[in-house]
Design a protein around this ligand. Structure first.
Ligand code: ERO
Length: 310
């Protein structure tokens, strides 16, 4: 079977890579993902200046996944720009850079810097960080999203993508798709970011499990798989000429298969990568290949987007 995928000028030997935020804050972590069986690498969302992030504990395993309120800890955009400048782009593993400025101005400054560096990496503009106290997720404000994207495309003339929060209402899918469809250079969306502001409770300690925001944090893992699949399928259906990258609940070849069946061009692994380590990529890759073998599919295109309805 052939697990390769070519899109937006990048060629991936398999459709798996890390979700932004997991194993991608330092160059050592990024190098570990690049050295693994992952087909690509994406950096931790960056801000103009380095950030410590929220007080710990700010990540916790939960019975069916994870909860996090990291608070956007990162080394600052120049660190990731430097990593991108020194990255071995000939390695065949594309590098994506996630950008998540605290303000629109910050985003524009960072995007101009990445534009001017003229690197082969692709930008994933994060419109969905749920863990900055007091800041709403841009992706839940359609007018704000449209304004941000209008300003972004004025300065960033290369193809780029956005990381979206999960939506839970067909009207919202349609509204956001309408906004996104008005930007031709916006070539892909990554669905989904964590399901924001969940609350995990430990009944033994009768306590929350993370410190920030009185225990509220973004959910990942099994909890979010059906929501992630719905967002992948709806945006695959509603967006014109754009790719959808699936993220949310992938821990084996089965969920990777589901995401691609729902329309995903490639898929990102978050919670499972955090818990298992970079060995998960080879495992999930082999499991996906076995499923394809069993079903008689030779390439991802043989089943991508072909989810049956009743
Ligand atoms: C960029 C901040 C994010 C964070 C974070 O740094 O708290 N966690 C998420 O689950 N998604 C994000 O987008």
């Amino acid at each position: 079977v052939d697990l390769s995928v070519s899109w937006l000028g990048v060629n991936m030997e398999n459709p798996l890579y890390n979700a932004s935020g997991v194993m991608c804050r330092s160059r050592e972590e990024l190098d570990a993902v690049a050295a693994s069986a992952a087909g690509a690498v994406v950096t931790k969302s960056c801000t103009l200046s380095p950030r410590e992030g929220n007080p710990e504990p700010r990540y916790a395993r939960a019975p069916h996944g994870s909860i996090n309120s990291m608070g956007l800890p990162n080394a600052g955009y120049e660190y990731y720009l430097d990593y991108a400048k020194n990255y071995d782009h000939a390695s065949g593993k594309p590098l994506f850079v996630s950008v998540s400025g605290m303000t629109l101005e910050e985003n524009l400054t960072m995007l101009k810097a990445f534009r001017d560096a003229d690197l082969p990496c692709l930008v994933e503009l994060n419109l969905s960080c749920p863990n900055l106290p007091g800041k709403a997720q841009i992706g839940y404000d359609f007018a704000a999203s449209s304004h941000v994207l209008s300003e972004v495309v004025k300065v960033y003339d290369k193809p780029f993508g956005v990381k979206l929060p999960p939506y839970f209402d067909p009207v919202h899918f349609a509204e956001m798709a309408s906004v996104l469809n008005s930007f031709p250079s916006l070539k892909y969306v990554t669905c989904i970011n964590s399901v924001g502001n969940g609350l995990v409770i430990d009944i033994d300690s009768e306590s929350v499990v993370i410190k920030p925001k009185a225990g509220l944090g973004g959910l990942g893992g099994d909890y979010v798989l059906p929501t992630a699949l719905a967002n992948v399928r709806e945006f695959s259906r509603l967006l014109d000429g754009k790719h959808v990258i699936g993220c949310g609940g992938i821990k084996s070849g089965r969920e990777a298969f589901m995401h691609i069946l729902a329309g995903a061009t490639a898929v990102q692994v978050g919670t499972c990568l955090y818990e298992e380590g970079a060995g998960c990529f080879a495992r999930i890759r082999d499991e996906l290949a076995a499923i394809m073998e069993e079903k008689g599919y030779r390439t991802l295109a043989d089943f991508r987007g072909k989810l049956l309805t009743m």
